[in-house]
Design a protein around this ligand. Structure first.
Ligand code: ADP
Length: 222
């Protein structure tokens, strides 16, 4: 379970673990954007929240997570939850969900820490692939290792790159505010329920973050 502010590198690390080890990767943000692109009823309902950087309701997002988990094959060995749960209520709902539906599960919580100024700089240079079944993330920052090979075009599927509406300055501020409102209580919820929380410095390069992740999770031999 990755807990961290927007732009702290949760999604990048999740995708790397998916590529390297075939882990499943649940990004509730990606799921929401997919609904909006597909113009589903849920998509129409959550469009405004996504644009403005506010949270979708705890029940609705948990319902999406439940459906996604139910669609997983039985032999999945690891799943990253990127961006869920984000509130104590979601954490409670998730606990109920796994208690009722999943027989054996070890939950590991990874918290990303990073300075808000670094985040604002990162997000204002972030572009994503407009193809919602791809959504690969790029950066237009000078000398970034995440630059696309061809300007404003996705390396993987050649679709155009777009800026997320919630990567505009006012929405970034709102998302950071919301993150800070919930993060401490969320972490306390897990600590008070006997889980340990490991921390990762999200300001480092992706490779360094990956190495740190392997170390704190004791995955060095993997
Ligand atoms: P970020 O974490 O960088 O803000 P995400 O792509 O994870 O971006 O999420 C984008 C948006 O999707 C959020 O601002 C929110 O509107 C919605 N969303 C994603 N996950 C959740 C969640 N767990 N609870 C409520 N809303 C969510």
């Amino acid at each position: 379970m990755f807990i961290g502010p927007p732009g702290s590198g949760k999604g990048s690390l999740a995708r790397l673990c998916q590529e390297k080890w075939g882990w499943e990767n649940l990004s509730t943000g990606d799921l929401c954007r997919q609904h909006i692109a597909d113009k589903t009823e849920i998509g129409k309902h959550i469009d405004f929240a996504l644009k403005s950087g506010i949270l979708v309701s705890d029940e609705l997002i948990t319902d999406m997570v439940a459906k996604w988990l139910a669609s997983l094959a039985d032999d999945v060995n690891a799943t990253i939850m990127d961006g869920y749960p984000r509130t104590v209520e979601q954490a409670r709902l998730f606990n109920e969900l796994i208690r009722n539906n999943i027989r054996s599960l070890t939950l590991k919580i990874v918290k990303f820490f990073i300075n808000d100024k670094v985040i604002i700089n990162r997000l204002s240079h972030r572009y994503i692939c407009e193809n919602t079944s791809c959504q690969t993330v790029y950066s237009t920052a000078k000398d970034s290792p995440f630059a696309p090979r061809v300007v404003m075009m996705c390396d993987k599927c050649s679709s155009h790159l777009i800026q997320r509406k919630d990567d505009q300055p006012h929405a970034i501020k709102e998302r950071l505010k919301i993150y800070h409102e919930h993060a401490k209580d969320l972490i306390d919820f897990y600590l008070n329920n006997g889980y340990s929380v490991v921390e990762i410095n999200g300001e480092k390069t992706l490779q360094q973050v990956f190495e740190e992740f392997k170390k704190v999770m004791c995955l060095n031999g993997v």
